[in-house]
Design a protein around this ligand. Sequence first.
Ligand code: KG4
Ligand code: ZN
Length: 340
Amino acid sequence: MFKILSIESSCDETSAAIISNGKAQSNIISSQHFHSKYGGVVPELASRAHTIAISEVVNDALYSSNTTINEIDAIAVTSEPGLIGSLIVGTNFAKGLSIRYGLPVIPINHIEGHIYSGNLQDVSIKFPLISLVVSGGHTALFIVKSYNDYEVLGLTKDDAAGEAFDKIAKLIGLPYPGGPAIDKLAKKGNPSAFDFPRSMLKSGDYNFSFSGLKTSVRYFLAKEYPDGLPEEKKNDLCASVQEAIVDVLVGKTKKAAIEFGIKKIVIAGGVSANSRLRTKMRAACDTINASMTAPDIEYCMDNAAMIGFLAEKKLMELGKNVFFDLSFRANPTALRAFKK
Ligand code: KG4
Ligand code: ZN
């Protein structure tokens, strides 16, 4: 059994966790809410904020789990993909701790971390499973056979699902991040009020595309409401947009589960907090006798616990010795690690 200190700083959350035996003993998340006034994450400000927060977040993770650094067996850190400046803050901090305390460092791919985030709370999850990772930066569907054996079934060709929520929210005049704002208003709206395209739902593959939806909402608003969207239409518009995104996510995930005969679906990433996605995915699972796990909100959003969880599996498989090489670099690109 190992005790791992994990660090996540790929975007706008500074997070640290203590993981042991697949369980999070602490999971501290410091969110950079100030980006909302700019309508999106400002990379330079994000890295500066990580620099300020990281020591305290790491100390908090140790303190709140009653752990001292001397009890730690290894450091885990998100090394890719993400904002380069933000990744560098986390990876350099991890390397610094490694040099100071003689600890191995396990670099982890952020999206791989998301894939297994459901396992943190649901120990009954068995492979194989279909994992849908949907966040502000990624939309990806995986078939996962074990902790080190997965394949990418599909990716977004343009905007990520969360990006679509955020950009459309901006068109409607809602604050950033747009996903939670749309989710909230949609609860009071009619999802069939307006008909928006379900892009690529019938494309026959597992790829996604969301930029067309954003464009059709823009045209719709310009044509139907040139003087601005009336307040009483907002809920219906949010519900209709959300339905279009959710239908595609659910449709493709269900198709994959059927094609590969898989009975477990795990959704992860910030968008997996969406209430309509959870409801419709669960209903879709019922129709094919499958079950769904959606992580608690703290494991849906970017968090260090999921990074530490996967690191522990790698450590158990490969041992400590291979992780003393500190020459790994922060890598902003998502796709590299996806190619098997
Ligand atoms: O995983 P995450 O915290 O960070 C990234 O790696 O991107 O995801 C953030 C994204 C944002 O786009 C946000 O709008 C979206 O997740 N999001 C939601 C909801 N909560 C967060 N989207 C739809 N419905 C929600 N309830
Ligand atoms: Zn993420």
